[in-house]
Each structure stands twice: as structure tokens, then as C-alpha cells.
Design a protein around this ligand. Structure first.
Ligand code: GLY
Length: 389
């Protein structure tokens, strides 16, 4: 009894401490993101840092264009400040044209993080047709003979059919569209993509290849390889996080047990991996040859934390505790001075030390707009989780 009382007291003090860290970080994020907003013209979005340290921006066509508006929506949700609502709306409308962009599978990231959060948080129903059009556009990249949405390359006319594990993230838009419109087609495409990804992208131990190439006519697998990881057979950290987040989301959207089982398998691979550092922010690749000196990837950690918080709500016992503890440690680490930038630094991004594309030597050890987005989301989920218990 006494032991239980002590444990509870200890847990409460840990909870209070992390809640405070999270609130301080979100409070500090508001002036940082307003400063970031002021530093980027309305035709561009903040993306990262250039090798010379200056701010890197992108146009709406780049896959990351929805993250800045999405982060502004979350900060508005947190603070209820009208300025943030105005900025979130403005930055969301800036990418409307993407609803017709059939050349990019990442339309789900772009539109669901921006318009999707906007609809959920503000209830603005004018966003519904834009999101439905975006989902319809995404279906154009799905070929029934293959049973997956094509990630890279033109819709037709190529001998390969490349699918990356990251593409799991785009399915959330399709599940929403099916619910909203009542059209089963969006759901069926998402489920087909998720099932074939389990079948062809995943290894026995719960890790995944980054890229699978299919024969576009027969759907046969031709190659399994990497683009952004260390090696074809290695476990690229952000790819593992996208997959984890993707299957947790698929379970939420479908309640199909096989997606929960798969999410747990991926989570167990990650949280028990001997190369996951004690502070739980992964190296950029779990098989990077220079571990323990390899670069960390804050973005992979932020995505993983957000997914693990949600997953902890779907399981019980030791796994629940382990997933939540890991997410808490990641949030704590990312909120420390090691990763969390001070006001006026880091081009006004929140997190330092992410890795975009190491083999191409592009965006290495830099801030990334999506690292910030999933860090903010993880903190919001953490606050919500603590309110619910
Ligand atoms: N394809 C998105 C990423 O770099 O993670």
C-alpha cells in the first residue's frame, strides 16, 4: 500500500514536471513561429536551413508545404490567440492549388496537415470540398493492378512503380474522405495500400525497407531498396517512424486488429532496439556505421513520440507503459537545450538536429518544418492524454 502510494506520488511529480516542460515549450513556440511567419513571404513556406545557415524556403508544390500551416493550427488550438488563427488560415489558403496536383503522392501530408487540421479545429466547412478534391486527386496515383498508390514518378509511362514506406502517411486523407463523402472507394484504396505495404515493405523483425519497386503491369515486386537510408537492408529511422505512425492511424480509422498488431510489431522493434540511445532520439539510421557517433534525427524522434502516445491508448499493461515512457523521454530530450532552439536562433524553427537526406548530403543536421510539426503534435497529444487520465 505504502509502496503504491510512493509510486503514485513519484509518477505525479514526473507528470507535473513534463507537463510544465511541454507548456513552456509550446508557450515559447508562439513568438518563434510568429517571427518565422514574418520572415517568409506569402508565396513561400519555411522548410529548413541552407548549408550557409540561412533560411531555406519552398513553394507550395514541395512535399512539406502543409507543415507550417499545420503547426500554426496546433499553436492556435493550444493558445486560442486570434493572431495565430489568422496566420493559420492565410498559410493554409496559400497552398489550395495543390488539391489538383497529381504529380505528388504527398498531397495527403500537404492538405491534411493544413486544411485537415483547419477543419477539425475551426470547423470551417469551406475546407471540405478542397479536402475531398485532394483525396480524389490522390486516387489518380493508385493502380488496381498493383494495389498501391504510386509514390515517385509520373502516373504512366515508366517501367518502374516506386512506393516508399512514407506513403502510409497519405492514407489519413483517404479515410477522412470516405467518412465525409460516404464513398467506399477511398477506404478501399487506403486498405489495399496498407495491406500491400505490410506484405512487401516489412521484414520479419518489424523493420521496413524504404522503397519497393513493382512491375506496373503485374504488380510483382522487382526490387527492395533504400533512397534516404544508409543501405538497402538497413532501417532508415524516419521510414520506421512513418510506418509506425501510419499503422497506428490505420487502426484508429478502421479498427482492424491486423493494423494494431502491425503497429505493435513496429513499435517493439523500435523501443527495444539496441541502437536506440538512452535519450530515445534515434540515430538517422538504426544501422548507421558510425553509431554511437552517428547523427541523430530529431524528426524521426518527434514522429515516433507522437505515434507512441496514441498507440499507448490502444494497448494495456507493460506495453502501454513502455510506449508512453519512451514518448515522454523523447519529448523531454527534444525539449532540452540539446535540441530545442532559443528564441531568435535556428531561423526561428523550434528543433535543431534533423536529417533530411543523408546519402544526397541534403538537409543534414538542420531544422526541418516537419520535425517541428510532429514535435508540436506530440506535445499536444501528451497534454490531451494527461487530461484524459
Ligand atoms: N519522403 C519524406 C521524408 O523525407 O521523410
Amino acid at each position: 500500500m505504502l509502496l503504491l502510494a510512493c509510486t503514485t506520488e513519484k509518477d505525479h511529480s514526473k507528470l507535473d514536471k513534463l507537463n510544465q516542460i511541454v507548456q513552456q515549450s509550446l508557450d515559447k513556440a508562439i513568438p518563434q513561429y510568429i517571427a518565422l511567419e514574418h520572415s517568409v513571404p506569402d508565396t513561400l513556406m519555411p522548410r529548413s536551413a541552407n548549408p550557409d545557415g540561412s533560411l531555406m524556403t519552398n513553394e507550395s508544390g514541395w512535399w512539406t508545404s502543409g507543415f507550417f500551416p499545420g503547426s500554426l493550427w496546433y499553436l492556435y488550438e493550444y493558445s486560442d490567440q486570434d493572431t495565430l488563427l489568422e496566420l493559420a488560415r492565410k498559410r493554409t489558403h496559400q497552398i489550395e492549388e495543390e488539391k489538383l496536383n497529381i504529380f505528388d503522392h504527398d498531397i495527403g501530408f500537404k492538405m491534411y496537415c493544413s486544411y485537415g487540421n483547419g477543419l477539425r479545429i475551426s470547423g470551417d466547412t469551406s475546407y471540405i470540398p478542397i479536402l475531398l478534391q485532394s483525396a480524389e486527386t490522390l486516387t489518380k496515383r493508385f493502380k488496381p493492378e498493383v494495389g498501391l498508390i504510386r509514390s515517385w514518378g509520373e502516373i504512366d509511362g515508366e517501367s518502374d512503380y516506386l512506393v516508399i514506406v512514407d506513403n502510409m502517411m497519405n492514407l489519413e486523407l483517404l479515410f477522412w474522405a470516405s467518412r465525409q463523402s460516404g464513398d467506399q472507394k477511398y477506404y478501399d484504396i487506403a486498405v489495399s495500400h496498407a495491406d500491400n505495404t505490410i506484405k512487401n515493405h516489412y521484414r520479419e523483425d518489424g523493420s521496413s525497407w524504404h522503397v519497393v519497386d513493382y512491375n506496373p503491369e503485374t504488380g510483382e515486386v522487382t526490387t527492395k531498396k533504400t533512397a534516404q537510408g544508409y543501405a538497402d537492408n538497413s532501417s532508415w529511422a524516419r521510414g520506421q517512424s512513418w510506418g509506425l505512425y501510419g499503422y497506428v492511424m490505420c487502426y484508429r480509422e478502421t479498427e482492424l486488429q491486423r493494423y494494431l498488431d502491425h503497429a505493435v510489431k513496429i513499435a517493439d522493434f523500435l523501443v527495444n532496439h539496441p541502437n536506440l540511445p538512452e535519450d530515445k532520439v534515434p540515430f538517422w539510421d538504426f544501422n548507421a556505421p558510425d553509431i554511437p557517433d552517428a547523427l541523430r534525427d530529431a524528426s524521426a524522434g518527434a514522429i515516433m513520440a507522437s505515434a507512441l502516445i496514441e498507440l499507448s491508448d490502444y494497448v494495456d499493461g507493460a506495453k502501454k507503459e513502455q510506449y508512453l515512457n519512451t514518448a515522454e523521454t523523447i519529448i523531454q530530450t527534444l525539449s532540452s537545450e540539446e535540441y530545442r532552439a532559443e528564441e531568435g536562433e535556428n531561423n526561428n524553427f523550434l528543433l535543431m538536429h534533423s536529417v533530411g537526406h543523408k546519402p544526397a548530403n541534403s538537409e543534414v543536421d538542420v531544422p526541418l518544418s516537419y520535425a517541428d510539426y510532429y514535435y508540436i503534435e506530440a506535445m499536444m497529444r501528451y497534454l490531451q492524454h494527461n487530461q484524459d487520465i
